[in-house]
Write a protein that binds this ligand. Structure first.
Ligand code: GDP
Ligand code: MG
Length: 160
């Protein structure tokens, strides 16, 4: 089964997206012992494909981007076929975001950049900046309003 990991800094909406994609269907929940109680994985269905979705929330501790955290994140991402890199573009990009981007590049997994909290078309101008991360066109979504989720999953499926 394909594995897709959701990464990003705290508060960008990873868990909201995770819950949206999973829906309310019964699913397997597994903690990653020794890493964080927040990181969990569940199985989602998309067009009859079963995909294991991993919410890596808790691996990031804000700007405290230390080797030990990276190591744990690497371990959690081991075996992921693709990565959903979630950002809140209303904040703009920080040095930490570029650091995470470089780290993801070295990890060598396909990355889909997601601009979350694009609740309405008036937020779309925020998107342009995210091209600078070097992973191609960002996908605009609103986890809260369930906007753009099919676009996102179509992009992810291209890598599976
Ligand atoms: P995480 O720390 O990355 O897992 O982020 P959460 O999923 O816990 O969300 C952090 C905050 O952002 C919560 O208050 C959410 O309600 C809010 N949030 C998540 N998605 C959206 C969205 O699409 N639009 C808006 N306006 N807020 C959102
Ligand atoms: Mg979370």
């Amino acid at each position: 089964m394909h594995k897709v990991a959701i990464v990003g800094r705290p508060n960008v909406g990873k868990s909201s997206l995770f819950n949206r994609l999973i829906g309310r269907r019964e699913a397997v929940v597994a903690d990653f012992p020794g890493v964080t109680r927040d990181a969990k994985e569940e199985v989602m269905l998309y067009h009859n494909h079963r995909i294991t979705l991993i919410d890596t929330g808790g691996l990031w501790s804000g700007d405290e981007w230390e080797a030990v955290i990276r190591e744990k994140a690497e371990w959690a991402l081991e075996g992921a076929d693709a990565v959903i890199f979630v950002l809140d573009p209303r904040d703009g990009l920080s040095a930490a975001d570029y650091e995470v981007a470089d780290w993801l590049r070295r990890l060598g997994r396909p990355v889909v950049v997601v601009a979350n909290k694009i609740d309405s078309p008036k937020h779309e101008p925020y998107l342009a900046e995210l091209w600078a991360l070097g992973f191609g066109e960002p996908v605009a979504i609103s986890a809260e309003h369930a906007r753009g989720l099919d676009d996102l999953m179509d992009r992810v499926m291209e890598h599976l």
